[in-house]
Design a protein around this ligand. Sequence first.
Ligand SMILES: Nc1ncnc2c1ncn2[C@@H]1O[C@H](COP(=O)(O)OP(=O)(O)O)[C@@H](O)[C@H]1O
Ligand SMILES: O=P(O)(O)O[C@H]1O[C@H](CO)[C@@H](O[C@H]2O[C@H](CO)[C@@H](O)[C@H](O)[C@H]2O)[C@H](O)[C@H]1O
Length: 461
Amino acid sequence: MAQAVALLPEWLPHQRWLSGRLPVSRVRVASATLLREDEPRVWHLLVEVHRNDHSDVYQVPLAIHREFQPRLEHVQLGQVDAGHVYDALHDKIATQEILRHFLDGGGTIGDLTFHSDAGADIPIGESALAMPVEQSNTSLAYGDVALLKVFRRLQPGLNPDVEVHAALTQAGSGYIAPLLGWIDGHWTDTEGGRQEASLAMLQAYLTTASDGWALAAASVRDLYAEGDLHADEVGGDFAAEAHRLGEATAHVHKAMAEVLPTGSFGRADLNAKADLMLEQLDRAVTVVPELEPYLPALRQQMDILREVERPVFTQRVHGDYHLGQVLRTVLGWKLVDFEGEPARPLAERTALDSPLRDVAGMLRSFDYAARYLLITDYDYDHPAYEQISYRASEWADRNRDAFCAGYADGGARDPREDAVLLNAYEIDKAVYEVVYEARYRPSWLPIPLAAVERLAHTISK
Ligand SMILES: Nc1ncnc2c1ncn2[C@@H]1O[C@H](COP(=O)(O)OP(=O)(O)O)[C@@H](O)[C@H]1O
Ligand SMILES: O=P(O)(O)O[C@H]1O[C@H](CO)[C@@H](O[C@H]2O[C@H](CO)[C@@H](O)[C@H](O)[C@H]2O)[C@H](O)[C@H]1O
């Protein structure tokens, strides 16, 4: 096993889920559980990954096969005396083994504890396919029955995705994929202390689902193809879906407010919120200096928060709400991924906040959907650029409005009535996006940067 661990410093930086791009200086095994003794051997590892002056704990299950496995070549770490080492989450024997431990309500093996509802539909024997787009985690689809989301970077504590799914499943919400089970684990930190965290979440697989991003993108493609028609005139108009999505969002917010804690922001909290946003802005400028020219106007927008009059209602929120986090099924829209923004600390991700934070996230996403094709498919000097850019703004405005109207029809306050707060949350999200794009997708950076420029001057004092 030590030889397999020695392969990690070279392999880890190539994984999409490893946050940041710093080289790995050292890897320490914080927990090792032998999940399967037979061939192939499956080790479940929690490793402390050191880079520069900080370290994070990551979950890295490994499968060691005596023989080379051509179908796993793309997820091979290398070769050691015991055989060939692969990322176990792409190995069907290993993933079947993981699922087996959920049977009969779960149980403990080594440092891992499996939990499941006695009556849960666990598709034992079904092979798993890793979802094609790996983001911060690795999700495994077992047939079209269950989805196991394996959290890669661990922060001690209950993962909000598990917590919120458990609460909404118990409340019988029809707008999420019900929770079937979860895995907890523990490890030893550098000082010898015991740490615990959620390792994975098993939930119902939503069949017939298309994600909101793909659906919105298809609508925008239609619009671009018809450069002289308005967004409401093209066949693929998205406004009715945006409206339904607004309604679904309001229903989920109401359910969360019923079964999870709520509160309110008074004067002091709004000041603290403004301070936090300003701190994040200052940190963002050090990563993306292009933000510099907008700083004075942005700071002014954040400061307006201090003048918001009435107490602001707060509750648990989604925290990283965008079109890629909503799935359209034949039974309507479903919300996924209640983990919050992966780069933020757990305490911030579980803190009570205004539901407008999620509304702002989705409004930003309509802007992204409207514009990303302009970035990927057109040059600035393309003859149709100006015209299409104008149409893109119309599409974004139309769908942002439809979403807000749907949100109000879902029984919540119309977000447009809280323009000052909403604008501050949109700025905060756009600043987060600027950093996210600079790190992971630099060619998309112009989308949130243009939004920052617009939003900086939306509300005047
Ligand atoms: N219950 C589900 N059924 C079917 N597909 C799902 C389900 N949950 C998530 N997905 C799909 O998997 C993708 C990744 O899931 P998500 O929870 O957002 O993981 P990550 O945090 O790694 O982005 C989603 O965009 C969605 O397309
Ligand atoms: O889905 P994740 O939890 O990993 O969220 C992260 O990645 C998202 C990108 O996929 C990022 O979202 C940004 O890009 C989206 C289009 O790809 C767009 O719809 C969103 O509005 C935009 O914020 C998200 O911010 C990040 O946390």
